[in-house]
Design a protein around this ligand. Structure first.
Ligand SMILES: [Zn+2]
Length: 252
């Protein structure tokens, strides 16, 4: 247990409870327990690193395949953003990739982050909105919500994956979710940052579900949404699988 005097402790450790060990023994217990700060630290680290999902580690604009005209247009918008990123950041310009599932929106978003934040040195993060909301729900219980939002705000490039996360057209966000998304969008707004959004639905849906404040801010930053549609990667992959497997079946 810590026996050092308090002022020395304060200077040396971020967490006075566990002295940054991540665990401690409460005075009234015999067991060592996990300190809540270790969970916070993991989350904070998550919110400050690029966090590309493993399956998109190799995704780059140079290897992005487009099978539909709309995919090519989206790719061109992504290319302009990457090539002129300083101008985009300076003007607080972003990109809104919209469309049905399985069009390659996340892959394109991950390619942008890989180019800028992995291959280059821009500080950025890519977060899945559904996961983020659940992480932040935990943080609010521990009184750390502001800190977490600040950690996200430290990034120059903020990629929100699937802003319409898991919702069907008729589903609503909870009051908590609406509040968090508003604060998130407001933290990026007017601060020399770039926001890259993927979403299933358009601005009218956003306005209906998240309010005009959120819609207007995103639209000012991202302009018209760039729609990706016309070629479903997952279903095409399933068809290719069927072709191979049915040949194997025929050979039996
Ligand atoms: Zn601690």
């Amino acid at each position: 247990m810590p026996t050092t005097n308090r002022s020395a402790t304060k200077q040396e450790y971020d967490c006075e409870i566990c002295q940054d060990k991540g665990f401690y023994q409460p005075p009234d217990q015999q067991k060592v327990v996990r300190c809540r700060c270790s969970k916070d630290k993991q989350l904070k680290k998550k919110l400050r690193s690029a966090r590309i999902p493993a399956r998109f580690k190799e995704s780059r604009l140079a290897n992005f395949e487009f099978k539909a005209t709309s995919h090519k247009q989206a790719y061109q918008h992504a290319l302009v953003l990457v090539n002129r990123i300083d101008r985009f950041i300076q003007n607080n310009w972003g990109l809104y990739l919209q469309g049905p599932p399985s069009q390659g929106k996340t892959k394109l978003q991950a390619s942008i982050i890989n180019e800028l934040c992995v291959d280059d040195d821009y500080l950025g993060v890519m977060v899945n909105v559904r996961e983020l909301l659940s992480d932040l729900k935990d943080a609010i219980g521990e009184g750390r919500l502001n800190e977490m939002l600040r950690a996200i705000g430290e990034n120059k490039i903020i990629a929100l994956n699937d802003l319409t996360g898991g919702k069907r057209p008729t589903d609503s966000f909870t009051e908590f979710e609406r509040g968090i998304i508003y604060r998130l969008v407001d933290a990026v707004y007017e601060k020399s940052k770039t926001m890259i959004i993927t979403a299933k639905y358009n601005y009218e849906w956003l306005q209906d579900k998240l309010g005009q404040d959120v819609r207007d801010r995103i639209q000012e930053m991202c302009g018209q949404s760039v729609v990706m549609k016309g070629y479903n990667w997952r279903r095409k992959a399933g068809e290719k699988r069927d072709q191979v497997v049915s040949k194997l079946v025929d050979r039996l």
